[in-house]
Design a binder for this molecule. Structure first.
Ligand code: ADP
Length: 152
């Protein structure tokens, strides 16, 4: 049978416990998960991409999880990487509105590329990369929101 490979795209600036929860739960549905950090050279990141790749790899050591950085259309890179599903998390209706259109477009671009959504675990729903970035920028310790240690 064909391996079930999911491509989990995002900015992951930073990758949070909310993202980790989606990946851990998806590991019971898929044989392999590829986390794709989308980056655009004209849009500066806050957390360096190379560091983020290492931190995510550490988080899933020993699990069938790969991490890649990409600068392309998500649907194209997913196919290039051999993925047959896209994986996304849904926190609220705002996420839904956006995800709905993106999923339709991705399926239009690549016939049969299905997006699988996991509903956020309630205790992680308030976590967003944007808020965590702001906390960090103004000197707040963000360790509790991250599945890896950024201080080593
Ligand atoms: P993007 O810039 O593509 O929205 P993000 O890195 O913010 O990328 O998020 C990647 C995916 O993870 C999205 O599907 C988003 O809805 C989901 N996500 C973000 N935060 C959480 C969370 N706390 N719980 C579950 N899913 C989340």
């Amino acid at each position: 049978m064909q391996k079930k490979i999911a491509f989990f795209p995002g900015s992951f600036d930073p990758f949070t416990k909310g993202h980790e929860d989606i990946v851990v739960r998806a590991l019971s549905l898929f044989d392999e998960i590829i986390i794709g950090i989308g980056h655009n050279s004209s849009k500066a990141r806050y957390f360096p991409i190379e560091k983020m790749i290492t931190w995510i790899e550490e988080t899933f050591e020993g699990k069938p999880v790969k991490v890649v950085a990409y600068n392309n259309l998500t649907a194209n890179i997913a196919v290039e990487m051999g993925a047959n599903f896209l994986l996304r998390g849904l926190r609220n209706t705002t996420d839904f509105e956006y995800e709905n259109s993106i999923a339709q477009v991705n399926r239009f671009l690549v016939d049969g590329l299905e997006t699988v959504f996991l509903i956020t675990s309630p205790h992680l729903a308030p976590i967003s990369s944007t808020i965590i970035r702001d906390l960090y920028r103004y000197g707040t310790n963000i360790d509790t929101f991250l599945p890896y240690n950024i201080n080593t």
